[in-house]
Write a protein that binds this ligand. Structure first.
Ligand code: NI
Ligand code: MN
Length: 228
């Protein structure tokens, strides 16, 4: 069984694996790059990397409608519970847990995490998923470059999903350095072209990465998928 990854624009990703539907950072309303409306989203699990509005997104409305479980750091999971979300699951940086869809570990991210109402959102995170079929997928979400990406790469990544937009996260140059440390088989760039401020030429970045590393770059358009 394959794992299907779909980019919905910005840092919003759908993942179908082992018969489960996951959405990472479900930002649809107000996301000019989104290819679908939040009402069309099906989910069993929602993964939220940090408290910023462009990542919390429509998580509450989708969880209410679908009954999905929201997984995040402990502070954000507790905040969602306080917002009336019935099923939440809190983990923390470096901690992994065996969920029905696979083993999920929360990884470091260099970023902020204040929630939309100003509440404390703990530390931002990325996600390292080992699927039930043994594939390893790393979702960096919002982060600057950090040297411990080397440690994440040591796990042997099939896919890394990393930001290239600059300004709020790594830009193209640091994202290339990230690929050198992560050494994934495939890298998918995200968190760019949502707004003018984070506009980037992903096709040019693909050429550079494929010239300078052994990693293959998959540039998706919003709504497009890649099967792992
Ligand atoms: Ni952010
Ligand atoms: Mn962001």
């Amino acid at each position: 069984m394959t794992t299907k990854l779909t980019w919905h624009g910005h840092a919003t990703l759908g993942l179908e694996t082992g018969g489960y539907k996951l959405v990472i950072d479900p930002f649809f309303t107000g996301n000019p790059a989104a290819d679908i409306s939040p009402a069309a989203v099906q989910a069993d699990f929602l993964l939220v990397s940090h408290g910023h509005g462009d990542h919390v997104g429509d998580a509450i409305a989708i969880a209410r409608r679908t009954g999905a479980t929201i997984i995040s750091n402990y502070e954000i999971a507790s905040w969602f519970e306080g917002q009336g979300v019935k099923k939440t699951y809190g983990q923390h940086l470096g901690g992994g847990h065996k969920h029905p869809f696979g083993y999920l570990k929360l990884t470091l991210a260099l970023h902020g995490s204040m929630l939309p109402d100003g509440s404390y959102g703990g530390n931002p995170c990325g996600f390292l998923l080992t699927t039930n079929e043994g594939k390893k997928l790393y979702f960096a979400q919002d982060t600057g470059l950090f040297g411990d990406m080397k440690l994440i790469g040591e796990e042997g990544l099939d896919v890394a999903v990393i930001p290239i937009g600059d300004n709020y996260t790594m830009g193209p140059n640091d994202a290339l350095r990230a690929v050198r440390m992560l050494e994934p088989k495939v890298v998918v760039p995200i968190h760019y072209n949502t707004w003018e401020l984070i506009a980037q030429d992903a096709a040019a970045w693909k050429v550079r990465v494929e010239q300078e590393t052994n990693t293959k770059v998959i540039v998706l358009k919003p709504g497009e998928s890649y099967s792992v």
